[in-house]
Design a protein around this ligand. Structure first.
Ligand code: ARG
Ligand code: ZN
Length: 513
């Protein structure tokens, strides 16, 4: 996509956002059919989850968010001598989240996800709601109200909002949540750091799969994509980097600097970031097609880590050119990297601006860039479809290595396929790996192997045509493994059910396909 096309796309999403904003409080649009059981109460509670069996309470039902405006004030930990152990460091976050949403059913109540923060005020369509203790199940509550259940043992973090008047299906609403708290180093279901991870010099913010609820009230599931704007205020001298492009220069007053960012494309919640640190911005570079690349590298990175990072970042324009030649136009308004000297133990493909731990290796940068198409523009509709993210990004990095004069994709496939592995390795069905198997090595490598085998089965022409069709059809949205199979069957004219069964589900090493 050229700069002109990109600009008109930004304008298109901006005017869409404007239309949504203009309709806030404008009353009801036509109701969605089938939202209530015949004879049941007309206004009901939205579900407390998006319906994903891996993370039953992530996301919410009954509405769609169109935009999050996040106004965040952050105080990183104070340095002490001797230093506080990492596990005990704390920052302080104070936020005002303005959430524009559209009701999808007649709503008596609805939920947001929010973990480890305390809500101090909440309005809905300008009307103040009263904070109350969670009422008993089924109990009536008078008037506009909110309550917050936080049960870490049950991994249940639900902020319930009771709007008054009630919301009709199709109606837009603006919810403003004022909240805050001490920030910690939250962990996911596997024990990996994620969410708003407090670091000594700021925060590394990486939310996959449902860690964004640790820093703002959110419907924390990829199915409910939205646009974002950010105003992040930090001590002067610190840099705050979020998704998209800066909205003007940072503004410093009274020893604090506010960094504003706009992310005008549809974005899954796990892909938001607002990382804070001693970052230094590099000169902006550009892909041949005009994608601006904004890189932020921690000033404390040195030596080999810095040399490796610099070498990888310098390749980003060429990597974009290459992936555009295979996948089609880069899907967002910008790209670039956040390289922190701190570590969460992995990198994340946060939309437009991946976050790297300690340094950015070339293969990892290619992987996170490929996710912008495969994972971000088109996201998994449920977490079981994670192989569509990780298999693809792994395969794309194989393709980049070949393009850059290294091992061919065919050789990378052979290197993975040939060695003997345990029955347990082959037993994992990568298209339904379980919540604890999301980031299993099989999801990455057997996923990449699946795509290479598919490419050899249907041929290069069909393989890349189908990939582009997949990206076109589900752009700004989500898709499933079945959707993916359907596109490849359509484009190839072949019945691929046995092929995909062998590669994605059969609990053994694929030997013929
Ligand atoms: N999606 C990330 C990547 O492939 C990996 C995230 C790993 N997360 C985790 N909790 N282990 O680059
Ligand atoms: Zn990945």
């Amino acid at each position: 996509m050229g700069t002109l096309a990109r600009t008109s796309r930004i304008l298109a999403s901006a005017s869409l956002a404007a239309a949504v904003l203009a309709s806030v409080g404008a009353g009801a649009a036509p109701a969605e059919p089938g939202a209530r059981a015949p004879g049941g109460p007309r206004f009901t509670a939205g579900a407390d989850g998006a319906g994903d069996p891996y993370f039953p309470r992530a996301g919410n039902g009954g509405y769609d968010v169109s935009h999050y405006d996040l106004d965040i004030d952050y105080e990183p930990p104070t340095a002490t001598v001797p230093p506080t152990p990492l596990a005990q460091i704390r920052g302080r976050l104070d936020g005002v989240a303005t959430i524009d949403l559209v009701a999808r059913q007649d709503l008596d109540r609805f939920n947001l996800d929010l973990r480890g923060m305390t809500v101090s005020a909440l309005t809905i369509n300008g009307k103040r709601a009263t904070g109350i203790a969670p009422p008993a199940d089924g109990a009536e509550v008078e008037g506009a109200a909110y309550w917050h259940v936080q049960d870490a043992a049950a991994r249940q973090w639900e902020l319930t909002v009771q709007p008054r008047p009630k919301l009709k299906a199709g109606q837009s609403a603006r919810v403003v949540v004022t909240y805050g708290g001490e920030t910690t180093r939250p962990t996911d279901i596997e024990g990996a750091l994620y969410g708003w991870v407090t670091t000594r010099d700021g925060a590394m913010v990486v939310g996959e799969p449902e860690g964004s609820m640790t820093w703002y009230p959110v419907s924390d599931h990829p199915r409910d994509k939205a646009t974002y704007s950010f105003e992040i205020t930090v001590p002067a001298g610190k840099t705050a980097v979020a998704n998209g492009l800066p909205d003007g220069d940072p503004v410093t007053a009274g020893g604090r600097t506010t960094w504003s960012w706009e992310a005008p494309d549809q974005q899954a919640s796990y892909l938001t970031t607002a990382s804070v640190g001693d970052f230094v911005q590099r000169p902006v570079t550009m892909s041949a097609s005009g994608v601006p690349i904004l890189d932020f590298v921690d000033s404390k990175i040195a030596g080999n880590a810095l040399a490796a990072t610099n070498a990888s970042l310098a390749l980003q324009p060429r990597m974009i050119d290459f992936f555009e030649s295979r996948f089609g136009a880069y899907p967002f308004n910008s790209f670039g990297s956040i390289v922190d000297n701190d570590s969460v133990g992995y990198a994340l493909e946060t939309q437009t601006r991946p976050v790297y731990s300690s340094s950015a290796g070339q293969g990892t940068v290619a992987h996170e860039l490929a996710h912008q198409w495969l994972g971000n523009a088109v996201s998994p509709d449920e977490w079981r479809h994670i192989w569509l993210n990780e298999g693809w990004a792994t395969y794309a990095a194989w393709m980049w290595t070949e393009e850059n004069g290294g091992t061919t994709a065919q050789q990378a496939f052979a290197n993975w396929y040939a060695p003997a592995r345990t029955p347990a390795y082959w037993a994992l069905p990568i298209a339904d790996p379980g919540a604890l198997g999301l980031f299993a090595t099989q999801v990455y490598n057997r996923g990449a192997g699946t795509l290479h085998a598919l490419r050899t089965k249907v041929g290069d022409e069909v393989f890349f045509a189908a990939t582009r069709e997949w990206l076109r059809r589900y752009d700004d949205s989500t898709g499933t493994t079945d959707d993916f199979i359907a596109v490849f069957e359509e484009e190839s004219g072949q019945d691929l059910s046995a092929f995909f069964h062998t590669w994605l589900f059969a609990p053994e090493k694929p030997t013929s396909w």
